[in-house]
Ligand binder design. Structure first.
Ligand code: NAD
Length: 263
Protein backbone atom coordinates (compact mmCIF):
# COMPACT_ATOMS: atom_id res chain seq x y z
CA UNK A 1 0.00 0.00 0.00
CA UNK A 2 1.35 3.43 -0.92
CA UNK A 3 0.67 5.66 2.08
CA UNK A 4 1.41 8.89 0.11
CA UNK A 5 3.35 10.33 3.01
CA UNK A 6 6.34 11.44 0.95
CA UNK A 7 7.52 14.96 1.87
CA UNK A 8 5.09 15.42 4.73
CA UNK A 9 6.59 17.05 7.86
CA UNK A 10 6.21 15.44 11.29
CA UNK A 11 6.98 16.73 14.76
CA UNK A 12 7.58 13.84 17.19
CA UNK A 13 7.89 14.42 20.94
CA UNK A 14 9.98 12.32 23.33
CA UNK A 15 11.54 10.56 20.36
CA UNK A 16 15.01 9.66 21.63
CA UNK A 17 13.94 6.20 22.84
CA UNK A 18 11.23 3.57 22.82
CA UNK A 19 7.89 4.16 21.12
CA UNK A 20 8.59 7.75 20.02
CA UNK A 21 11.87 6.73 18.38
CA UNK A 22 10.26 3.77 16.61
CA UNK A 23 7.54 6.05 15.19
CA UNK A 24 10.29 8.36 13.89
CA UNK A 25 11.84 5.44 11.97
CA UNK A 26 8.40 4.27 10.75
CA UNK A 27 7.52 7.69 9.32
CA UNK A 28 11.00 8.24 7.85
CA UNK A 29 10.72 4.91 6.01
CA UNK A 30 7.65 6.38 4.25
CA UNK A 31 9.51 9.55 3.21
CA UNK A 32 8.34 11.87 6.02
CA UNK A 33 10.68 14.70 7.06
CA UNK A 34 11.13 14.78 10.82
CA UNK A 35 11.50 17.24 13.65
CA UNK A 36 12.51 15.26 16.75
CA UNK A 37 12.56 16.48 20.32
CA UNK A 38 13.59 14.92 23.66
CA UNK A 39 15.97 15.92 26.43
CA UNK A 40 19.21 14.27 25.29
CA UNK A 41 21.10 16.00 22.48
CA UNK A 42 23.48 13.03 22.17
CA UNK A 43 20.70 10.49 21.62
CA UNK A 44 18.87 12.81 19.19
CA UNK A 45 22.07 13.43 17.22
CA UNK A 46 22.77 9.73 16.83
CA UNK A 47 19.19 9.06 15.65
CA UNK A 48 19.40 12.00 13.23
CA UNK A 49 22.58 10.60 11.68
CA UNK A 50 21.23 7.06 11.50
CA UNK A 51 17.90 8.02 9.90
CA UNK A 52 19.58 10.32 7.37
CA UNK A 53 21.96 7.47 6.45
CA UNK A 54 19.06 5.10 5.86
CA UNK A 55 16.34 7.29 4.33
CA UNK A 56 16.20 10.27 1.97
CA UNK A 57 14.47 12.57 4.45
CA UNK A 58 15.32 15.73 6.39
CA UNK A 59 15.78 15.26 10.13
CA UNK A 60 15.94 18.27 12.47
CA UNK A 61 16.45 17.89 16.21
CA UNK A 62 15.83 20.10 19.23
CA UNK A 63 16.75 19.08 22.79
CA UNK A 64 14.03 20.21 25.21
CA UNK A 65 12.44 19.32 28.50
CA UNK A 66 8.87 19.18 27.25
CA UNK A 67 7.48 19.75 30.72
CA UNK A 68 9.06 23.23 30.65
CA UNK A 69 7.02 26.08 29.08
CA UNK A 70 10.02 28.04 27.81
CA UNK A 71 11.61 24.96 26.25
CA UNK A 72 8.34 24.32 24.40
CA UNK A 73 8.16 27.94 23.20
CA UNK A 74 11.75 27.64 21.91
CA UNK A 75 10.92 24.34 20.21
CA UNK A 76 7.87 25.87 18.49
CA UNK A 77 9.97 28.79 17.18
CA UNK A 78 12.70 26.43 15.96
CA UNK A 79 10.21 24.18 14.15
CA UNK A 80 8.48 27.15 12.48
CA UNK A 81 11.86 28.50 11.33
CA UNK A 82 12.67 25.21 9.55
CA UNK A 83 9.34 23.90 8.25
CA UNK A 84 6.65 26.13 6.78
CA UNK A 85 4.01 23.56 7.68
CA UNK A 86 3.68 20.68 10.12
CA UNK A 87 1.42 17.91 8.81
CA UNK A 88 1.81 15.38 11.63
CA UNK A 89 2.25 15.78 15.40
CA UNK A 90 3.01 12.77 17.59
CA UNK A 91 2.49 13.59 21.27
CA UNK A 92 4.56 11.41 23.56
CA UNK A 93 6.15 11.89 26.97
CA UNK A 94 7.93 9.98 29.72
CA UNK A 95 5.40 8.10 31.84
CA UNK A 96 4.35 9.29 35.33
CA UNK A 97 5.54 7.59 38.51
CA UNK A 98 3.44 4.87 40.16
CA UNK A 99 1.29 6.01 43.10
CA UNK A 100 -2.14 5.57 44.63
CA UNK A 101 -4.71 8.38 44.60
CA UNK A 102 -4.39 8.85 48.35
CA UNK A 103 -0.59 8.91 48.29
CA UNK A 104 -0.28 11.47 45.48
CA UNK A 105 0.50 14.98 46.72
CA UNK A 106 -0.99 18.15 45.25
CA UNK A 107 2.46 19.00 43.85
CA UNK A 108 2.69 15.62 42.12
CA UNK A 109 -0.76 16.10 40.54
CA UNK A 110 0.22 19.59 39.39
CA UNK A 111 3.65 18.58 38.06
CA UNK A 112 2.30 15.55 36.24
CA UNK A 113 -0.51 17.60 34.66
CA UNK A 114 2.11 20.13 33.55
CA UNK A 115 4.33 17.49 31.99
CA UNK A 116 1.77 15.06 30.51
CA UNK A 117 -1.14 17.30 29.49
CA UNK A 118 0.06 20.86 28.93
CA UNK A 119 2.60 20.00 26.17
CA UNK A 120 -0.23 18.53 24.10
CA UNK A 121 -2.38 21.65 24.49
CA UNK A 122 0.55 24.01 23.91
CA UNK A 123 1.84 22.32 20.74
CA UNK A 124 -1.64 21.78 19.32
CA UNK A 125 -2.38 25.50 19.76
CA UNK A 126 0.83 26.33 17.92
CA UNK A 127 0.40 24.04 14.91
CA UNK A 128 -3.31 23.33 14.36
CA UNK A 129 -4.00 26.75 12.76
CA UNK A 130 -1.48 25.82 10.02
CA UNK A 131 -3.13 22.42 9.57
CA UNK A 132 -6.54 24.10 9.20
CA UNK A 133 -5.10 26.50 6.60
CA UNK A 134 -3.73 23.61 4.51
CA UNK A 135 -6.77 21.38 5.08
CA UNK A 136 -4.67 18.43 6.28
CA UNK A 137 -3.36 17.23 9.60
CA UNK A 138 -2.71 14.08 11.60
CA UNK A 139 -2.42 14.23 15.39
CA UNK A 140 -1.53 11.15 17.44
CA UNK A 141 -1.05 10.79 21.17
CA UNK A 142 0.56 7.87 22.95
CA UNK A 143 -1.54 7.15 26.04
CA UNK A 144 -1.89 3.81 27.83
CA UNK A 145 -4.16 0.83 28.30
CA UNK A 146 -4.85 2.50 31.67
CA UNK A 147 -7.50 4.69 29.95
CA UNK A 148 -9.54 1.53 29.20
CA UNK A 149 -8.86 -0.32 32.45
CA UNK A 150 -7.32 1.61 35.35
CA UNK A 151 -4.11 -0.04 36.54
CA UNK A 152 -3.59 -0.41 40.30
CA UNK A 153 -1.04 2.00 41.75
CA UNK A 154 -0.97 4.09 38.54
CA UNK A 155 -3.25 6.92 39.71
CA UNK A 156 -1.52 9.62 37.69
CA UNK A 157 -1.47 7.63 34.45
CA UNK A 158 -5.07 6.42 34.84
CA UNK A 159 -6.39 9.91 35.56
CA UNK A 160 -4.34 12.24 33.41
CA UNK A 161 -4.35 10.03 30.32
CA UNK A 162 -8.14 9.85 30.62
CA UNK A 163 -8.16 13.66 30.63
CA UNK A 164 -5.97 13.62 27.49
CA UNK A 165 -8.26 11.11 25.78
CA UNK A 166 -11.41 13.14 26.49
CA UNK A 167 -9.76 16.42 25.52
CA UNK A 168 -8.47 14.98 22.22
CA UNK A 169 -11.85 13.36 21.46
CA UNK A 170 -13.45 16.79 21.87
CA UNK A 171 -10.77 18.34 19.67
CA UNK A 172 -11.22 15.61 17.04
CA UNK A 173 -14.88 16.57 16.66
CA UNK A 174 -14.00 20.26 16.37
CA UNK A 175 -11.47 19.87 13.53
CA UNK A 176 -12.55 16.77 11.58
CA UNK A 177 -14.09 19.02 8.90
CA UNK A 178 -10.62 20.36 8.07
CA UNK A 179 -9.34 16.88 7.19
CA UNK A 180 -7.44 16.74 10.47
CA UNK A 181 -7.65 13.49 12.41
CA UNK A 182 -6.86 13.10 16.10
CA UNK A 183 -6.31 9.62 17.55
CA UNK A 184 -4.76 7.96 20.59
CA UNK A 185 -2.64 4.81 20.69
CA UNK A 186 -2.89 2.91 23.96
CA UNK A 187 0.03 0.51 24.48
CA UNK A 188 -0.33 -2.51 26.72
CA UNK A 189 3.15 -3.97 27.35
CA UNK A 190 5.57 -2.88 24.64
CA UNK A 191 9.21 -3.76 25.28
CA UNK A 192 11.18 -0.52 25.91
CA UNK A 193 13.59 0.86 28.52
CA UNK A 194 10.59 2.00 30.59
CA UNK A 195 8.94 -1.41 30.69
CA UNK A 196 12.29 -3.11 31.35
CA UNK A 197 12.69 -0.86 34.44
CA UNK A 198 9.08 -1.38 35.57
CA UNK A 199 9.44 -5.15 35.22
CA UNK A 200 12.74 -5.20 37.08
CA UNK A 201 11.21 -3.36 40.06
CA UNK A 202 8.13 -5.62 40.06
CA UNK A 203 10.34 -8.74 39.95
CA UNK A 204 12.23 -7.49 43.01
CA UNK A 205 8.99 -6.79 44.90
CA UNK A 206 7.44 -10.15 43.92
CA UNK A 207 10.14 -12.31 45.59
CA UNK A 208 9.82 -14.64 42.59
CA UNK A 209 12.62 -15.58 40.23
CA UNK A 210 12.77 -13.55 37.02
CA UNK A 211 11.56 -16.56 34.97
CA UNK A 212 8.66 -17.27 37.35
CA UNK A 213 7.56 -13.64 37.38
CA UNK A 214 7.79 -13.30 33.59
CA UNK A 215 5.79 -16.50 33.06
CA UNK A 216 2.93 -15.31 35.28
CA UNK A 217 3.10 -11.78 33.84
CA UNK A 218 2.96 -12.95 30.23
CA UNK A 219 0.11 -15.35 30.99
CA UNK A 220 -2.13 -12.26 31.51
CA UNK A 221 -1.57 -11.33 27.85
CA UNK A 222 -3.44 -13.55 25.35
CA UNK A 223 -0.57 -13.17 22.85
CA UNK A 224 1.70 -14.48 25.65
CA UNK A 225 4.45 -12.01 24.86
CA UNK A 226 5.30 -8.34 25.07
CA UNK A 227 4.86 -6.22 21.96
CA UNK A 228 7.66 -4.74 19.87
CA UNK A 229 7.94 -1.01 19.24
CA UNK A 230 7.63 -1.63 15.49
CA UNK A 231 4.16 -3.12 16.08
CA UNK A 232 2.91 0.21 17.44
CA UNK A 233 4.98 2.31 15.01
CA UNK A 234 3.43 0.61 11.97
CA UNK A 235 -0.09 1.48 13.17
CA UNK A 236 1.01 5.04 13.94
CA UNK A 237 2.44 5.38 10.43
CA UNK A 238 -0.80 4.13 8.84
CA UNK A 239 -2.89 6.54 10.95
CA UNK A 240 -0.83 9.42 9.52
CA UNK A 241 -1.70 8.48 5.93
CA UNK A 242 -4.43 9.75 3.60
CA UNK A 243 -5.97 6.27 3.69
CA UNK A 244 -6.70 6.72 7.42
CA UNK A 245 -8.57 9.99 6.83
CA UNK A 246 -11.90 8.66 8.14
CA UNK A 247 -10.46 7.38 11.45
CA UNK A 248 -10.66 10.10 14.07
CA UNK A 249 -11.48 10.47 17.76
CA UNK A 250 -10.44 6.85 18.34
CA UNK A 251 -8.31 5.12 20.93
CA UNK A 252 -6.62 2.03 19.54
CA UNK A 253 -5.12 -0.51 21.91
CA UNK A 254 -1.89 -2.23 20.96
CA UNK A 255 -1.94 -4.79 23.74
CA UNK A 256 -1.81 -8.39 22.44
CA UNK A 257 -5.43 -8.76 23.61
CA UNK A 258 -4.71 -7.86 27.24
CA UNK A 259 -7.75 -5.64 27.83
CA UNK A 260 -10.77 -7.58 29.07
CA UNK A 261 -13.43 -5.31 27.59
CA UNK A 262 -14.90 -5.75 24.10
CA UNK A 263 -14.20 -2.15 23.04
P1 NAD B 1 10.80 5.19 27.12
O1 NAD B 1 11.23 5.42 28.53
O2 NAD B 1 11.44 4.12 26.34
O3 NAD B 1 10.91 6.57 26.31
C1 NAD B 1 10.42 7.76 26.86
C2 NAD B 1 10.90 8.95 26.05
O4 NAD B 1 10.40 10.13 26.68
C3 NAD B 1 12.41 9.08 25.98
O5 NAD B 1 12.78 9.52 24.69
C4 NAD B 1 12.70 10.18 27.01
O6 NAD B 1 13.89 10.87 26.77
C5 NAD B 1 11.48 11.07 26.77
N1 NAD B 1 11.18 11.99 27.87
C6 NAD B 1 10.88 11.67 29.15
N2 NAD B 1 10.65 12.79 29.86
C7 NAD B 1 10.81 13.84 29.00
C8 NAD B 1 10.72 15.24 29.13
N3 NAD B 1 10.43 15.84 30.31
N4 NAD B 1 10.94 16.02 28.04
C9 NAD B 1 11.25 15.45 26.87
N5 NAD B 1 11.36 14.13 26.66
C10 NAD B 1 11.14 13.33 27.73
O7 NAD B 1 9.21 4.98 27.23
P2 NAD B 1 8.18 4.24 26.25
O8 NAD B 1 7.98 2.85 26.76
O9 NAD B 1 8.56 4.47 24.83
O10 NAD B 1 6.82 5.02 26.62
C11 NAD B 1 6.38 6.17 25.93
C12 NAD B 1 5.06 6.59 26.57
O11 NAD B 1 4.11 5.53 26.43
C13 NAD B 1 5.19 6.87 28.08
O12 NAD B 1 4.36 7.94 28.42
C14 NAD B 1 4.67 5.59 28.69
O13 NAD B 1 4.16 5.78 30.00
C15 NAD B 1 3.58 5.21 27.70
N6 NAD B 1 3.27 3.79 27.81
C16 NAD B 1 4.17 2.86 27.41
C17 NAD B 1 3.86 1.52 27.54
C18 NAD B 1 4.81 0.45 27.09
O14 NAD B 1 4.44 -0.71 27.15
N7 NAD B 1 6.01 0.78 26.65
C19 NAD B 1 2.62 1.13 28.08
C20 NAD B 1 1.71 2.11 28.46
C21 NAD B 1 2.05 3.46 28.31
Amino acid sequence: MNLNLNDKNALIMASSKGIGKAIAYGLASEGVNLYLSARSLDLLTSIQTDIQDQYQVKVEIFPADLSNYNDRENLISAVKAKYSTIDIIVHNMGGPKPSTVLNTSIDEWTNSFNSLCLPIIHLNNAFIPGMIAQNFGRILAITSLSVIEPIDNMALSNSLRSFITAMLKTLANEIAKYNITVNCLAPGWIKTDRTDELLESRIQLSRQSKDQYLESHLSTIPANRMGNVTEIASLATFLCSNQAGYITGSTMCVDGGKRKSTY
